[in-house]
Design a binder for this molecule. Structure first.
Ligand SMILES: [Zn+2]
Ligand SMILES: [Zn+2]
Length: 151
């Protein structure tokens, strides 16, 4: 029954020119908070809430021509590209190649904070399951009242 009610998820950049969708029924490959310096600086935020899905479930449906990307990461490691809207500067998604059992998995990562529907954005499916790069945190993590594992 739960599945029958699921709809595509929509999101947009700050100015709304770039819009994306995630196919109904998609489950996140990764969902968490990243504390690494790269993510903090790329997003000008003390931490960064991400969800990654398989590339085939993520689509840019409007404003593709406004997308630009930048990364300072080593492209040989996971080919990370951080895409943003050239009009408003808002991050839209990251593309990354992850290794899984020696196979390459193409993933797109975006941000529940961009979802149009805050109820979906904060639902259990898209909620963070872990903190990563906690050792690089900019915050006092003891102030966060959650039981999520910290890596
Ligand atoms: Zn924009
Ligand atoms: Zn990070």
């Amino acid at each position: 029954m739960e599945n029958a009610k699921q709809k595509d998820i929509y999101g947009r950049c700050y100015c709304g020119s770039v819009r994306f969708s995630i196919a109904a029924g998609t489950k996140p490959h990764w969902a968490g908070y990243c504390h690494c310096k790269d993510c903090r600086q790329a997003n000008a935020a003390p931490l960064y809430q991400y969800i990654y899905v398989k590339k085939q479930y993520f689509q840019i449906i409007e404003g593709k021509q406004l997308l630009r990307w930048y990364t300072r990461a080593d492209p040989n490691i996971n080919n990370l590209k951080r895409f943003f809207c050239e009009r408003c500067g808002s991050k839209v998604f990251n593309s990354v190649t992850a290794k899984k059992a020696d196979r390459d998995v193409e993933l797109c990562g975006t941000f529940p904070s961009l979802f149009d529907d805050p109820v979906i954005a904060t639902s259990a499916t898209w909620s963070p399951r872990m903190h990563v790069h906690s050792d690089q945190s900019f915050m006092d993590l003891s102030l966060l009242q959650d039981d999520l594992p910290r890596h």
